[in-house]
Design a protein around this ligand. Structure first.
Ligand code: MTE
Length: 321
């Protein structure tokens, strides 16, 4: 995979503006075509329910609670990125009502001694559920503070007994063409694929999440199960997972494939490394965005440096962005 320091890359190579404009125009046209095809009719009354109403009891784990004020449940459940349902922030909540999350199973496979397919109920019961309040920082420059419910992904990883060849973990999201109108628009190569290095996946902060705000995950937030990696940009946290695969080589992830100069495999939150189109120095906290509210300074590793910086000691984080 071609990864170079931004300083090594000639400005003309960083997504020429015309290409970017063409791509934007194309996405826009595809969107218009989609609505002309009647896809807006995918909106379902149930989709407007912001929450599932299904309680998911969990004890709060104080070791993983940030002090920032949580973002409102309304913002967490209506301002989303879930391109399988559309590219507007409101699309996931308004168009995901027909998405089927039951029955659901997750296949855990690849370089493991005990590959298995777990039903969502078995997966949820695998370890005690905890409530954790994490910051989420999107590469687009906004952030939220979200009370998730889940357990450390490491509990599942230990259960399947990775072999010595397991160096990376790949996360594959669901594709349900009849309920996901966004799949008709090739924003990325579907399905949505993300990945982590094995030590990142084993880090206790990496959460396998089943709920938010005291209830099971609403479809727009990645029902029925997703991953949450709080020190990385939000796109690393794949939603509605159907497959978790252990592999020897660094997986090709969706955003790296789509725009390698813009998105790296590591994607650690880093105010010192700008995205070609967005400085990453500051962020807008959703819910605080009054006309005069100051932007917040973005924290390296999204504020989780004490816990995770050692994973990257000796690595040039501008090169491995
Ligand atoms: N997972 C899938 N399958 N599809 C997506 O479009 N978007 C990502 C990530 N996971 C995305 C995804 C991005 S860019 C962000 S910022 C977070 O989900 C947003 O999570 P939230 O909507 O629950 O806040």
């Amino acid at each position: 995979m071609l990864i170079r320091r931004p300083s090594d890359v000639r400005p003309s190579e960083i997504t020429p503006e015309q290409v970017y404009r063409d791509r934007r125009r194309w996405i826009l046209q595809a969107g218009l075509a989609a609505s002309a095809m009647g896809l807006s009719g995918w909106t379902d009354r149930r989709a407007f329910a912001q929450t599932t109403g299904v309680k998911l009891p969990a004890a709060r784990n104080g070791a993983y609670v940030v002090m920032d004020k949580p973002t409102s449940q309304k913002d967490v459940t209506t301002y989303n990125n879930f391109y399988e349902f559309g590219t507007d922030k409101g699309d996931p909540s308004s168009r995901s009502g027909r998405f089927r999350t039951s029955p659901w199973s997750v296949s855990v496979e690849g370089e493991v001694l005990k590959p298995q397919t777990l039903s969502i109920d078995d997966l949820r019961k695998l370890a005690p559920l905890e409530e954790r309040i994490y910051r989420l920082r999107c590469v687009e420059g906004w952030s939220m503070v979200i009370p998730w419910i889940g357990y450390s992904l490491s509990a599942l990883i230990r259960r399947v007994e990775p072999t010595g060849n397991a160096k990376f973990v790949e996360f594959v999201s669901a594709m349900q063409p009849d309920t996901m109108p966004g799949l008709r628009v090739p924003v990325i190569d579907w399905p949505y694929v993300e990945g982590l290095r094995m030590d990142e996946a084993m880090h206790p902060l990496t959460l396998l999440a089943f709920g938010v705000y005291g209830e099971t995950l609403p479809n727009q937030n990645g029902a029925p199960v997703r991953v949450v990696v709080p020190w990385k940009y939000g796109f690393k946290s794949g939603k509605s997972l159907v497959k978790i695969r252990f592999v020897e080589k660094q997986p090709m992830t969706s955003w790296v494939r789509a725009a390698p100069h813009e998105y790296g495999f590591y994607a650690n939150v880093n105010p010192e490394v700008p995205h070609p189109r967005w400085s990453q120095e500051t962020e807008r906290r959703i819910g605080e965005d009054g006309l005069f509210s100051p932007k917040r300074k973005t924290l390296k590793f999204n504020g989780y440096g004490e816990q995770v910086a050692s994973l990257y000691s000796g690595m040039d984080l501008a090169r491995y962005y």
